[in-house]
Design a protein around this ligand. Structure first.
Ligand code: KG4
Ligand code: ZN
Length: 350
């Protein structure tokens, strides 16, 4: 079964062709980062307009790269939630138009749950498996998953690709948002995650003791807004009048320390969830799962606890449509098709 996947929930316009939910025949991502950079974050109206311009060329490119035309597509999977509603609407409208014009089944895919599916994808072009991925679903699920991105931070228990329960989520900012906002305070540009990851490699993560918010004992929820404020006041203080440059903590040390504060909370809570659910496997997904310190510390913690860590390759951690087509395949197999009145929804399915 060959699916065309479409993704437009935030600032990436993406389309992909995936065979049998696994083999990625093409994966096209048009990023709008440059358009949003000068505003220091995603501007919803600019995102919607850019999706309108990109959606048709991106879908055409995905079909061309896969060497197929629409006749070969068995179903269209589209991300319809959660995200910016104006942005989602563009992908959803394109998917509905193709489904209606070509009489193809339509499948609605939840973006957060699609991030969980990234680990199961395999590249056509690669000589060997990419990341993992010759594994069967039984070798991957059940697992505890941390999905950490610019819009979401959740810990879920995934019994199968299509069955998962939320164990915890953010009460304010998402982890990626904490990286992005801290980078803005420090004048490092947008998006903050990749640049913080790079600069932190030169710094001492113990230089500044930034707060780590654990909320109530045993809680699997997150709060990152306090960290953003702490970084702001710390940075203002250390660059304030009367401070000699020699007294200042070097930028890489500040950056490594704030990254450590985010990573520690993500690792501790994910491991706590794994312990509590007696999980044998832990998986990462979402853009923040690209973070090299998070990957390394999660691996150490997983080894200590005796659980297997499943890490998707970075290109499938950030937003893409291959994960949408991949999960869409399982929903199609289960007969879970959407009607042509499918709506774009901003919120997460709880
Ligand atoms: O999953 P994603 O591409 O889009 C959303 O669904 O939000 O995640 C984007 C987020 C951004 O906040 C970005 O700063 C963060 O992922 N990110 C990283 C890294 N690469 C991307 N955060 C930390 N370290 C990275 N290497
Ligand atoms: Zn995402």
């Amino acid at each position: 079964m060959i699916l065309l996947g479409i993704e437009s929930s935030c600032d990436e316009t993406a389309a992909a062709v995936v065979a049998d939910g696994r083999l990625v025949l093409s994966n096209v991502v048009a990023s709008q980062t440059e358009l949003h950079r000068k505003y220091g974050g995603v501007v919803p109206e600019i995102a919607s307009r850019a999706h309108i311009e990109a959606i048709v060329p991106v879908i055409d490119q995905a079909l061309a790269d896969a060497g197929v035309d629409l006749d070969a597509i068995d179903a269209i999977a589209v991300c319809n939630r959660p995200g910016l509603v104006g942005a989602l609407l563009i992908g959803v409208s394109a998917a509905k138009a193709i489904a209606w014009a070509r009489n193809k089944p339509l499948v609605a895919v939840d973006h957060v749950r699609a991030h969980i599916y990234a680990y199961s994808l395999r590249d056509k072009a690669a000589a060997g498996p990419v990341g993992n991925s010759r594994e069967t679903d039984e070798q991957v699920f059940p697992c505890v998953v941390l999905v950490a991105s610019g819009g979401h931070t959740l810990i879920l228990h995934a019994a199968s690709p299509t069955k998962c329960t939320i164990l915890g989520s953010t009460t304010d900012d998402a982890a990626g948002e904490a990286f992005d906002k801290a980078a803005k305070v420090l004048g490092l540009g947008y998006p903050g995650g990749p640049v913080i990851d790079r600069i932190a490699r030169e710094g001492d993560p113990t230089a500044v003791d930034f707060p780590r918010s654990y909320l109530k004992p045993g809680s699997l929820d997150f709060s990152f807004s306090g960290l953003k404020t702490a970084v702001l006041y710390y940075w203002k203080g250390q660059n304030g009048r009367g401070r000699e440059p020699s007294e200042r903590v070097p930028l890489p040390d500040v950056v490594a320390s704030l990254q450590e504060a985010i990573v520690d909370v993500l690792v501790d809570k994910t491991m706590f969830a794994a312990e509590r659910t007696r999980a044998a496997r832990v998986m990462l997904g979402g853009g923040v799962a690209c973070n090299s310190r998070l990957r390394a510390k999660m691996q150490q913690a997983a080894d200590k606890l005796g659980v297997r860590l499943l890490l998707p390759p970075p290109k499938y951690c950030t937003d893409n449509a291959a994960m949408v087509a991949g999960l869409g395949y399982h929903l199609a197999r289960a007969g879970r098709f959407a009607a042509l009145d499918l709506e774009a929804k901003p919120g997460l399915i709880r």
